[in-house]
Structure formats: C-alpha cells, structure tokens
Design a protein around this ligand. Structure first.
Ligand code: GCB
Length: 630
C-alpha cells in the first residue's frame, strides 16, 4: 500500500502524462475459483500463452473508468464477488525511454485515481503495486518494467468486503445444502448503496523527474480581512522531495515558490534552499490584498484560486515544475459556529453519491459538471462526500464553483471496533488528508457515517482516531456522522462538530408529519446543551417515486417528500434563530442504486432528483428555501 503519488498529474515543463482510459479487456476469475487468474498467470501478457486474456471467449471489452457491474445484461457480472481482471496494451513515447527510461534523471510511473476495492497491478508480467481501499489514489514507478514497444498492463480487482475492510462486509456462506448449492456465497454489507466495483477513476502514465517534488502542503495560517473579498494572508508551506539515499541526492537544489493570481500576475515569491538533508523546503509567504476563496452564494465571485507555483532549481536549470491551484481561506470553529474567513458559515447542503446509470461509480465528466450545475441551481453551498472520498476531478470542480465539502472516509456503518480496524482506518485517513489537505473547499473531515457508536469499544476507538486526525491536520474540524441516540453515543465527546442523521416521520413515527417540528427541535437542543459544539443536521428526508402524488400526502409520493421537508424547514428556522444549527443537509441529491431489498424500489428514492437528474417537486421546494436563506 503506497501513500505516494498524491500530487495530481499534470503536464508541465518537467512533467508529462498520458491517459490509459478507454477500452480494456476484461475477464472474471470464476466466483468458485477466485485464485484462478493468479494460478494461471493471467498477468503474464504472453500472447501465445493459452491462458490469460488472448482470444478467450469469456474476455470482453470494459470501459475505464467505470464500474463493471452494469455494463452488460449479466446478473452474474452485476452481483459478482471476487477477482475481476482488466488488461490492455499501451505504448510509451520513445522520448520517455531514452537511455532505457533514462532512469537516473527521470522515472515513469502509473497512477490510479481509485480502484474498488483491492487492486494488484502488473506491468509486462511484473507485479508493481498493490493497494487496498477503493477511493484513494496510488502510484508505482514502472521505469524498469517497460519495454520500448508493446507494453501490457494488467489489473486484478477484488471487490470482496470483509470484517476488516473499510467499508466492512461479510461473506454469507450457508452450510445448508438443502437450500443452497455447495459453493454458494454472497457478500453482504450494512450500508445501503450498491457495492459497485472496478477501475472507477482515471488511469495515467506519468513521466516525472527522478528527484522532483513528491508532495506539497500549503495552508492559510493567518488572515486579516480587507473589505469584503480580500485579505492579507500568511501561507505556510512545505515542499517535499523523495526520501532517497544520500548518495543519490543532488547538491545545491533550491525551491522557487511563486504565487500568481488568476490573471497570472505574480503576487509574492520566495527563493529558499532545501533543508533536512535535502528532503524539503519550507517557509511562510506573505501576500497582501489577496483575493479570498469564498463559498458559492456568499460573494459575487466564489471559488477564487491562485496558482501556487513550485520550481525546483539546480543553479539556473529547472529540475521540476508543479502548479497547485490554491484558494486562500481560513476555517475556524468554536462552541457555536463554523467560520470561513472569520465569517460564520451556514451550510445549505446535501448528501450525495457517486452514482449513475450504466457507469455506476465510475467518474464521468459530463455527469460531474451537470451535478455541479444542478447544485448551483438549487442554491446549495456545500455537500458531504457521503460515504467515501470522491474523485479528485469532482473536488476540483467543487473548489472552482465554491462548494464547501465535508470530506468523509469510506468507514460507513462500522459494526465492530478493534485495533486492526483502527489501524486501517488511520491509513485511510492518512491517505485522504494527504490527497485533499490543500483544498480550500474541504472544510471538515468526517471520520465515518453512522458507525455503531453505542458499542462499548466505540468511545476509545473514536477518541484515538480523532486525536490521530487532529494531529495530522490542525486546520480543520473533525466530525463523525451519527444516527445513535444522544444518551447512547460514545463518539461525540471527541468531535469538534456534531453531525446527526434523523428521519422523523420516515423511519420513526412513519406518516406522522406533524411530529417532525417538535421532535427535531428537542433533538437538536438536547445535543447542543449536552456538548456545546456546532451542530449540523446531516441527513433527513423521505423516499419519493417520481410521478407519484397524493392529497393529503402519503408515503412514497412527491407530495409527502415535500411536506416532510417543509416541517423540517420550520424546525431548522427556529433552531437557527436560537443559534443551535450551523447546517442542514437533505438526503439525497439524487436517487441512487442500492443492493436489492424489499425496502428499496430499484434503489434508494430519497433523491430530490431522479437518478437521471430530473427534478422532483422536492428539488423546487429546496431551491426556493435555499435561495431565500442568506
Ligand atoms: C442513512 C444513511 C444513508 C442511507 C439513508 C436511508 O441514515 O446514512 O446512507 O441511504 O439513511 O435512506 O436510509
């Protein structure tokens, strides 16, 4: 498992990238023989081998990025549990291969934005990287594994979820041959979204300087506001180089750091030597009258980003060049409020999913842009990446538009808590923070959604996890989203912000709309009086089948969904007036696919848009509300 390669790929004077997205060959290792691909060496890429991928009747074309589940009409593929294999050929530009990959000055790497859940990658038959976790990037150097022509990449993807994967799942293998065939098993999980799998995010080949910038961290350490949109800011930064043996280090390297505004005018610059045995440059940069990053809706120009340009120089020659879009903003919190740039922030939000027809959880640019345009139309100013980290490309869009993001780990509905799980959870949080730490749009980390935080071991677990995350990032508050009763929950004491899901008149007192206001107000007030921390109502909502109506409103109709929202709105307004609410988040932006079940009508229908992004009445109701809240 590698936490390297977290800088998003880019072309620059010293870096090149090539996409490996497109059509790959695809083959399943039979469910009953999950190891068959490994035993028969399907990764060997030898065309005259009678194993592997060559001209097999069960090999078919699979798009990347996409989930594999909905690409055919096969129920076997949709419900597949086990190891799915991807393979394709590729060429490397001959200039990349000069001097056999020119490995003393440059390196070639392959980078995956996200493969769900467990990935193994071979280049020309050599295993180059393994990665656990479906939602975060990983990268491996492949310089020594490449051929001048005719290269082949193979990826084995295992979607099985276990007790100690994040998220968790369980293998159901009944021992009842009267009712089940001998090798029958399924993979169950406690969360309700469908466990889509495959190569979900873009794949890149990268040409990188061997001794180049391996990581950049920047944050706005201090800010003095000037008028409405600007400020004097101090940026604290650290630029890291790979940890190579002293004999391979270059002497005399230095970093030139320049901040440009969006018109490419330099605002501040520093030239600093490497320290710590040539492993890093760090410093502080002061910038006067800088335009700030503001959430959408709060200013005419939201999402303003500067260009934080890093150049690594040896004398006057350029060794590396990387440009990081960077929004200048601060996040602070106290017992009542969350502040962005010293101004209290009210979250007009929603929960979402990476989910759509055909491509499942595969990153899809038109869909991502459409979703952002719909959020803008609604007057939403932020969302939670429920219930896992979203694609980097999606966060880029959010940052540009000015949507605030609560970035959530994939730890959804954790059912037991032990040290092995905690260790994995810490790795996931480390990778997530490493990936997203520079993003202005990310204002909070969510450690998990609806963990069973009433369990005895949950208190110690979240105490340790929250302390760990706060040590990694002191600039953002930490939350965990809970649905446990106040008196039973053991996680909230360790959080900075309270986030609670409540489905009054849906999962409790079903149909009794008139109870919502009282129940919601009592609920929020009691959390607030116990903990004195900012409170976000992180989920509420009702399923509605688009086109179903009734008067008076009844369950599953658009009318009931709207009526339930309106009752909640009344409570939210009152709580906000009393200073007890800093955010409301409807569940969900759009209908999404779930595992099959009699409580779900071809998926979860709590979307205010249908799965194909058509508005239900609820979308209009939310738009009216959000556009009227200042
Ligand atoms: C929840 C979960 C969310 C579900 C939702 C529902 O509390 O956090 O993942 O989709 O309820 O609709 O049941």
């Amino acid at each position: 498992c590698s936490a390297e390669g977290l800088l998003y790929p880019q072309n620059s004077p010293t870096r090149e990238m090539r996409s490996l997205d497109g059509s790959w060959n695809f083959r399943l290792s039979p469910k009953s023989q999950p190891n068959l691909g490994t035993i028969e060496k399907w990764f060997s890429c030898e065309r005259d081998d009678d194993k592997g991928f060559s001209e097999k009747s069960d090999v078919f074309v699979m798009p990347v990025p996409a989930s594999f589940n909905d690409i055919t009409t096969s129920a076997e593929l949709r419900d597949f549990v086990g190891v799915a294999w991807y393979q394709r050929s590729f060429e490397v530009p001959s200039a990349w291969m000069e001097g056999g990959g020119n490995i003393s000055t440059r390196r070639v790497s392959v980078r995956f934005g996200g493969v769900h859940y467990y990935a193994q990658v071979w280049i020309n038959g050599d295993l180059v990287v393994e990665h656990e976790g479906g939602h975060l990037p990983f990268e491996a150097e492949i310089s020594k594994n490449l051929r001048r022509t005719g290269n082949c990449i193979t990826v084995a993807v295992n979607n099985t979820l276990f007790n100690h994967s994040i998220p968790q799942g369980e293998i159901f293998r009944p021992n009842d041959t009267d009712r089940y065939p001998l090798n029958y098993f399924t993979n169950t999980y406690t969360f309700d979204f469908f466990n889509y799998a495959g190569i979900h995010r873009p794949v890149h080949l990268l040409l990188l300087p061997r001794i180049g910038v391996s990581d950049i961290s920047v944050n706005t350490e201090q800010l003095t506001r000037i008028g409405s949109d600007f400020g004097h800011a101090t940026l604290k930064f650290q630029i890291e180089l790979p940890d190579v043996p002293p004999s391979s280090r270059k002497n005399g390297l230095r970093c030139k750091v320049t901040l440009f505004d969006a018109e490419e005018v330099a605002e501040a610059a520093l030239d600093i030597p490497l320290v710590d045995d040539g492993k890093l440059c760090s410093g502080k940069m002061h910038v006067e009258n800088a335009k700030l990053w503001w959430p959408i809706g709060s200013r005419e120009e939201a999402g303003y980003r500067h260009n934080f340009q890093v150049q690594l120089l040896e004398g006057e020659s350029l060794v590396d060049h990387y440009e990081l879009p960077f929004g200048i903003r601060t996040v602070e919190w106290d017992s009542d409020e969350i502040y962005i740039n010293h101004e209290p922030f009210y979250l007009k939000g929603l929960g979402r999913h990476e989910d759509s027809d055909i491509r499942g959880k595969g990153y899809d640019p038109p869909l991502a842009i459409k979703d952002h345009n719909l959020m803008r139309w609604l007057g939403v100013n932020g969302y939670r990446t429920s219930h896992y980290p979203y694609a980097e490309e999606i966060l880029d869009l959010s940052e540009r538009y000015g949507f605030v993001v609560i970035s959530e780990s994939p730890a959804v509905n954790l059912v037991n808590f032990d040290n092995d799980l905690l260790a994995k959870h810490m790795i996931v949080m480390t990778e997530l923070i490493a990936r997203d730490k520079n993003r202005a749009c990310v204002i909070m980390w969510s450690l998990s959604n609806e963990a069973r935080s009433a369990q005895q071991l949950a208190g110690q677990y979240y105490k340790e996890l929250a302390a760990f995350v706060k040590a990694l990032d002191t600039t953002r508050p930490v939350t965990m989203v809970t649905n446990v009763k106040l008196e039973k929950d053991l996680g909230a004491p360790y959080m900075d912000v309270l986030a609670v899901n409540r489905y009054f008149s849906w999962y409790s007192d079903t149909g009794s709309l008139l109870l919502i206001k009282q129940q919601m107000m009592n609920e929020v007030r009691s959390w607030r009086s116990q903990y004195k921390k900012p409170f976000i109502l992180s989920e509420y909502g009702a399923d509605a089948l688009a086109g179903y109506h009734s008067d008076p409103p009844t369950l599953w109709t658009e009318d009931y969904q709207v009526a339930l929202m309106k009752e909640n709105f009344e409570a939210f307004d009152q709580l906000r007036r009393e200073g007890d609410l800093v955010g409301e988040m409807i569940w969900n932006f759009a209908d999404f696919q779930t595992a099959q079940g009699y409580k779900r009508a071809n998926g979860n229908k709590k979307g205010i848009f249908t799965r194909d992004r058509k508005p239900k009445s609820a979308a209009h109701a939310l738009r009216k509300r959000y556009n009227s809240i200042l």
